[in-house]
Design a protein around this ligand. Structure first.
Ligand code: 8YV
Length: 299
């Protein structure tokens, strides 16, 4: 935890650390590494009132099971929007400009000269970016990509208000979005519905040479299908911050030259991680003082 979060935690709360939850504990402060399954929730002592996760995602928590026990679940929205959108843009650019191969060439000493076709990438200006899930992070990426001259298309369960769209083109179906996406960035939550949303059939609908970016959750992608498309050249490249089963990701991602991988850095700035911690502590403090939670997860 960032130092300011730890200092506040110690100052305001009576803290018990560990993998088990003793009777009397009223609030849990967790990260996505704690898998709060229905069984784990059933085993919690009756004293627990709130589970505050240090994340915006809550796919590691069985929220209905917690709510059935009268336990409130809270997350940390808003404060990580910009940091995560920055990483999405970084991945988009890095994948498009072959940053992984370029860096390897410099580090490994294989850069022996310059030639006009060396590590030729693709320019993002004027290209179409398809955004799957136009929530806070999707919109923040749209804002950045627009400044780079990209044309924004999006698919969302509901259409944004015209004032929020800022010229982005709405697609009522994912299939329609895929057909126009030179670049595709995923910003949907991980649910049973979105599991392997980017399947082989869907990847086949992307234009040849498309680039895929994922800062959401690894299981939104069918790994075998994505890897096959990166190997065949149907997809030019991918920029990935999240992986199924991370950190034990599919080993093929480690060696594919056209994959720019990062170890789940979306929210990893000191400003954002501090704000996330403060947000989680605000929720804990509210509920433990008998007030309503500030960011309850609604499912
Ligand atoms: C974090 C995230 O890296 O908020 C989320 O859902 O995936 C990331 O911000 C992680 O949750 C840190 O606990």
């Amino acid at each position: 935890m960032p130092p300011a979060v730890l200092a506040r935690l110690e100052a305001e709360f009576d803290v018990v650390r560990g993998e088990t939850v003793p009777e009397g504990v009223e609030g849990l402060f967790i990260t996505p590494r704690s898998k709060m399954t229905a069984a784990a929730i059933a085993a919690l002592p009756a004293s627990v009132k709130i589970i505050a996760t240090f994340s915006v995602g809550y796919d590691h928590i069985d929220v209905p099971a917690a709510n059935r026990r009268g336990i409130i679940v809270t997350n940390t929205p808003d404060v990580l929007t910009d940091a995560t959108a920055d990483i999405a843009l970084l991945l988009l650019l890095a994948a498009s400009r072959r940053a992984r191969e370029g860096e390897a060439m410099v580090r490994e000493g294989t850069w022996v000269g310059w030639n006009p076709m060396q590590l030729i990438g693709w320019q993002i200006t004027g290209r179409r970016l398809g955004i799957v899930g136009m929530g806070r992070i999707g919109q923040a990426l749209a804002h950045r990509a627009r400044a780079c001259g990209m044309q924004i298309h999006y698919y969302n369960r509901t259409r944004l208000a015209e004032s929020e769209e800022a010229g982005a083109v709405y697609h009522a179906s994912l299939d329609s979005l895929l057909g126009v996406s030179d670049y595709l960035s995923l910003h949907a939550p991980s649910t049973a519905e979105t599991n392997k949303l980017l399947s082989a059939a869907r990847i086949a609908q992307l234009p040849k040479g498309a680039i895929v970016v994922n800062t959401a959750r690894g299981n939104l992608v069918d790994d075998d299908a994505l890897i096959a498309a990166l190997q065949s050249g149907h997809l030019a490249a991918a920029g990935l911050d999240v992986f199924t089963g991370e950190p034990d990701l599919d080993a093929r991602y480690r060696s594919l030259p056209n994959v720019f991988p990062l170890p789940h850095l979306g929210s990893a700035t000191i400003e954002t991680r501090t704000a996330m911690g403060m947000r989680a502590l605000d929720n804990l403090a509210a509920v433990l003082n008998g007030k309503p939670a500030l960011h309850p997860v609604q499912v």
